[in-house]
Ligand binder design. Structure first.
Ligand SMILES: NC(=O)c1ccc[n+]([C@@H]2O[C@H](COP(=O)([O-])OP(=O)(O)OC[C@H]3O[C@@H](n4cnc5c(N)ncnc54)[C@H](O)[C@@H]3O)[C@@H](O)[C@H]2O)c1
Ligand SMILES: O=P(O)(O)OC[C@H](O)CO
Length: 349
């Protein structure tokens, strides 16, 4: 048998939409993983701004988001969205949640029929209350086997520095989860497969709302007992919502649940916690948004979470209080008193 000339085999192509903190870091993970496994691969980031794409292409850095940390040689970047996804076997989505639908509409028809779409996004769409995997399925009419989500304790900057981290790749199709897991496994990033897409997505979405509430505690100079109480009762709210929506509550004890809440709520790197801290000092949501240079998904998703919970008759008092503060309906200093005055009940409820 004559083997094809390796020089004639086109490298595998992976598109990553969004050259912000996490999109760029995940492109680095994919690039390092491909290099380590010697699978010829081209990772193409889509950047909105020319100067960001140009810097990634020519200097292999993205200084806006990751300082001077070097990106692998197999990572490049472009600004033409449809060109980036053409012939990609995997399309990774790392844009803000509220903008995903418009981006999918732009690429509809330009992607390979069997392409797999991987969401890194931890947000819920306002108005529809849809998780990102649902938005992908609706907009692109692809099967559940073509959709995966990645979530876990994954602060981008730490991973970009090569600090060891674990994560979860969830898909309704086990072989899809295994395939994506293999593509993003490196010496510093260890992904686990999971079949519970609903639980994994909800865990990431609600933890951003919990992190805002922990940030309120920071802004109010409250200590660790208050924060631990918010985290634990926040997880109880996540558990109720997950159960109501058909997810598996066990998922919340794993990396995408407890793992991510711990990382986010403990870290000064978290944008959601930082936004919460600003709100906790008395800034309005508008003033806080102006201070933030990166996406804090909880700011936009919190109201969608509360709407979704109400539709399913799920009680989420912490999330409700976060929304009231964001809306300017509740002064942040009155929040603790309000939550503590609720009727006493059993912890398991
Ligand atoms: N940064 C992290 O540590 C991290 C880790 C895990 C998950 N996530 C999730 O990944 C997603 C992306 O986060 P990120 O940290 O990369 O955000 P970021 O703010 O660093 O980058 C967002 C990117 O999306 C682009 N973009 C495209 N359309 C946009 C629009 N309409 N408005 C604003 N930006 C637009 C921006 O140009 C930018 O390149 C979020 O859902 C976040 O919750 C982030
Ligand atoms: O910076 P945050 O608050 O968006 O959190 C980033 C990641 O989701 C942590 O896992």
């Amino acid at each position: 048998m004559t083997l094809p000339d390796p020089g004639l085999i086109a490298p595998r192509r992976i598109a990553v939409l969004g050259a912000g903190s996490w999109g760029t870091t995940f492109a680095k993970i994919l690039g390092d993983s491909a290099e380590a496994s010697s699978v010829p691969t081209q990772i193409v980031l889509w950047a909105r701004r020319d100067e960001v794409a140009e810097e990634i292409r020519t200097q292999h850095t993205n200084s806006t988001y990751l300082g001077q940390l070097p990106l692998p040689q197999n990572v490049t970047a472009q600004t033409d969205l449809t060109e980036v996804v053409t012939e990609a076997e995997v399309v990774v989505l790392a844009v803000p949640a509220q903008s995903l639908r418009e981006h999918l509409r732009t690429i509809r028809g330009a992607t390979a029929e069997d392409a797999v779409f991987v969401s890194l996004i931890k947000g819920l769409e306002r108005g529809t209350y849809m998780r990102m995997s649902e938005v992908i399925a609706e907009e692109l009419a692809v099967s559940p086997a073509q959709i995966a989500v990645v979530s876990g304790p994954n602060l981008a900057m730490e991973i970009a520095r090569g600090e060891p981290t674990a994560s979860v790749v969830a898909s309704a199709d086990e072989s899809t989860a295994e395939r994506i897991t293999a593509m993003c496994s490196t010496g510093y990033f260890r992904p686990y497969t999971n079949g519970d897409v609903i639980g994994v997505e909800l865990a990431g979405i609600v933890k951003n709302v919990i992190a805002l509430a922990v940030g309120f505690c920071d802004g109010q100079d409250l200590g660790d007992n208050s924060k631990a109480s918010v985290i634990t009762r926040g997880l109880a709210e996540t558990r109720r919502l997950t159960a109501a929506l058909g997810g598996e509550v066990e998922t919340l004890a794993g990396l995408a649940g407890l793992g991510d809440v711990v990382a986010t709520c403990a870290s000064p790197l978290s944008r959601n916690r930082s936004a919460g801290r600003l709100l906790g000092t008395g800034l309005t949501a508008e003033q806080t948004a102006q201070e933030m240079t990166q996406t804090a998904e909880g700011m936009k998703s919190a109201s969608a979470v509360v709407d979704l919970a109400r539709r399913h008759g799920v009680e989420m008092p912490i999330a409700e209080a976060v929304v009231a503060v964001l809306d300017g309906a509740l002064p942040v200093e009155r929040l603790a008193k309000l939550l503590l005055a609720r009727d006493l009940k059993s912890e398991g409820k």
